[in-house]
Design a protein around this ligand. Sequence first.
Ligand SMILES: CC(C)(COP(=O)(O)OP(=O)(O)OC[C@H]1O[C@@H](n2cnc3c(N)ncnc32)[C@H](O)[C@@H]1OP(=O)(O)O)[C@@H](O)C(=O)NCCC(=O)NCCS
Length: 189
Amino acid sequence: MIDLRALREKPTLVGDRVRLVPLAVEHTDAYYASARDAEIRRLTGTHHISGYEEVRQWCASRQDQPDRLDLAIIEQPSGRFVGELSLADVDLDNESAAYRIALSAIEFTGQGLGREATRLVLEYAFDQLLLHRVWLNVYAFNMRAIAVYRSCGFSVEGRLRDALLWAGRRHDALVMAVLANDFRKAIGK
Ligand SMILES: CC(C)(COP(=O)(O)OP(=O)(O)OC[C@H]1O[C@@H](n2cnc3c(N)ncnc32)[C@H](O)[C@@H]1OP(=O)(O)O)[C@@H](O)C(=O)NCCC(=O)NCCS
């Protein structure tokens, strides 16, 4: 049974290289910049470019959401905002939720930050929220993301053909999911 109280209380999760803190209005400027980064938009298939006020309202309202978790990824020890992640579409009956993560610029990728952030939030999802299943969509060309998800126990469950139309080309998306036991096995717990 999902622990709704744990979902309402937004946690701070501390790892070696990153700290995950509740996404809030103070992250607006960094989030707004990342929403305009062309390569991050391609990797996440983001067609819509949010305006500043839209981003500010989004950040400001995250802590009031009783049914989802949005966390900023803060690099340690620098204290820099390097991205954000969410657990959303929480399905109480089936104990599942959707996951998404985006580091805010390519310069932050490839250093292990996304993997650590993903492990931290999955640990929280399975051990504190008591979810059973976490799923996501990832574009088939996004090998770095797929490598990270696999290392956290996700496996591919399906392919959404031509799901993305980007710069005149169509791309498939993969559905990946991790069950609580897959995650524990992947991290050796
Ligand atoms: C996806 C993302 C969260 C991964 O986090 P990250 O910090 O960059 O990833 P890490 O450095 O932890 O790990 C990257 C892994 O991918 C592997 N990798 C990188 N490029 C690869 C490629 N072309 N093929 C296969 N593996 C690749 C690396 O070898 C590394 O694995 P290893 O540590 O076992 O060697 C991050 O890159 C990101 O946010 N990217 C931009 C937005 C995005 O793509 N979001 C996901 C949308 S589904």
